[in-house]
Design a protein around this ligand. Structure first.
Ligand SMILES: [Zn+2]
Length: 339
């Protein structure tokens, strides 16, 4: 009798362990910071990587919004904070956020060039906060030390990877058909870009990368391979609208972290809607820009600027399938594995 009870207990425990393993997903919160970036990645092993921290000031608005996602994700520390570049819509929220939650390791490309005034102030406030944690300054080609996923740095400080990522290496026929914006002297073209791979699922986040640095990742050869999900760089500005990038990545889903009028250029919308094989465009905001062809409202997290800020949450499985939820409405779309 006792043996039988023991057997039942073992079977129950095994069942629980299996269902827990099956429920493990890579979760990504695209937090609304009104046209900046704050993207919270929680790995299947429970490690956290925050990519940028939105704006500073405004009564701590963006750190509060990040903390709301942190609570939903049930984490109590940011293991890694990756700063794509030193502009105020990416770095500004760091000091206030660091006062609210422990941050383990700061990841960035060192320091701004010094020619971009927009980056100088933010960096001055950020540097002492970074000094209280560990600091990583990765080169293109480096992999971040996260367990259970592959997080590969593809660009940093204006340099890009020399070798293709897994799945990359094909010539890109779209490379002859567009004008490349030159580097504009700002920090944007020095953004850290990365690809996160969890099994067959691949997510590409290139910060505010634009112009020649952005194009070089896929021209003349596609070094990145394909992506399941693509975060549209530079909030969908005209200078990050490079059709050859979309042609190379062939994303199933693109997500734009635009504001009501920030980013979201009409040409960017046009390119995204014309991309064959793309199933949906999701937006953090409805764009009020003239000529902007917004996605249907169910794919838009916030319809106006305001006190309420809803995130888009993505959960990915190892088989490559994923789901995306609009926090405003609860609308959920499942993208099954197989492509
Ligand atoms: Zn930005």
């Amino acid at each position: 009798m006792q043996k039988r009870l023991l057997l039942v207990a073992v079977v129950l425990a095994l069942g629980l362990a299996l269902s827990e393993a099956a429920a493990r997903t890579l979760d990504i919160f695209f937090i609304d910071v009104e046209g900046g970036q704050a993207t919270l990645v929680v790995t299947p092993a429970g490690q956290s990587l925050l990519i940028d921290a939105g704006y500073g000031g405004r009564g701590g608005r963006d750190p509060d919004r990040i903390m709301a996602a942190v609570r939903e994700a049930r984490i109590d520390r940011i293991d890694y904070l990756l700063v794509t570049h030193f502009h105020p819509d990416h770095i500004g929220g760091v000091p206030d956020l660091a006062a609210k939650i422990p941050i383990g390791t700061f990841i960035d490309y060192g320091s701004p060039m010094g020619t971009d005034r927009m980056a100088t102030n933010g960096f001055r406030n950020y540097e002492p906060v970074r000094g209280r944690g560990r600091h990583l300054q990765p080169q293109p080609g480096d992999r971040l030390p996260l367990k259970g996923i592959e997080a590969d740095i593809v660009s940093s400080a204006g340099d890009i990877i020399l070798k293709r990522l897994s799945g990359g290496g094909r010539p890109n026929p779209m490379c002859e058909t567009f004008d490349i914006q030159p580097a504009d002297g700002t920090e944007n073209f020095r953004s850290i870009g990365l690809r996160i791979k969890y099994g067959a699922f691949r997510f590409v986040d290139l910060g505010d990368l634009m112009g020649i640095t952005l194009a070089s990742l896929v021209c003349p050869v596609n070094l990145l391979g394909e992506a399941s999900v693509y975060l549209v760089p530079h909030h969908g500005n005209y200078d990050a609208n490079v059709p050859a990038v979309l042609a190379a990545l062939r994303p199933r889903v693109a997500i734009m972290n635009n504001g009501t009028t920030k980013g979201g250029a009409p040409d960017s919308f046009a390119t995204l809607h014309a991309q064959s094989g793309m199933e949906d465009l999701w937006q953090l905001h409805f764009s009020l820009n003239d000529g902007a062809r917004n996605a249907p409202e169910q794919f838009i997290a916030n319809l106006d600027e305001g006190d309420s800020a809803y995130w888009i949450k993505l959960s990915a499985n190892e088989d490559g399938g994923f789901s995306v939820v609009n926090r405003r409405t609860g609308f959920t779309k499942v993208y099954r594995a197989g492509r």
